[in-house]
Design a binder for this molecule. Sequence first.
Ligand code: PGA
Length: 244
Amino acid sequence: MSQYKLIVSNWKMNLNFVEAKKLLQKIIQIKSEKSKVKHIVCPQFLLIPFVSNLIKNDKIEIGAQDCHFKKKGAFTGDNSIELIKKSSCKYVIVGHSERREYHKETNEIIRQKVDIIISERIKPILCIGESLNHRKARKYKQVLKEQLKKCIPEKLSEIIIAYEPIWSIGTGMTPRIEEILEVQYFIKKFLIEFKKIPKIKFLYGGSVNSNNFNQIINNSDIDGALIGGASLKIKEMKKILTFC
Ligand code: PGA
């Protein structure tokens, strides 16, 4: 079991400068007695330098929510891994279902992003997950396997996977703990056997809040959580960060 729980706050396209500062100042004050938690905050791009400055004396780390798969070029509106790295980001969320849906990102594009992130020695947090139809038709393992197969290169020394069933994101619905553990086992087995990756961190994401955190994350060997909605609320984060 992990020495610590990894909590990734995915702020998505939320919080302005004032709101981000207010939330972070309160989060910085939270000190878990046991401090068995590593907290990574992923703000939208324009907030990254501001947030990075606010947390510079704290152990909170910072990540980006996406990056482009090319080093540079004519890609209007995109963000390069070079500047993400220069802005102190140690992690990049990649393959989130909202990027897959709204920006039509395919497994092949995501793989190129994973490659460029790794080449800069930043850690990708790769999101994978099935739709409700795939879950109902019991095709979820097939979908997850395809995503793992196509998005990850072989022989990495480690990888962080966030399992986020699409039907649980922002809906208040979560799989049963047995279902998450089944997926965890399946993913780890696949990555060890077929991708020869020895170190895998498995996060769960999708409607995580202070009520279900204990049951899903804290009392299991799941390595942590990717949290959207609840990560914007100080009351929720206070409970979650001090549970660990
Ligand atoms: P949610 O989002 O916690 O609001 O469901 C999670 C995510 O999209 O990463």
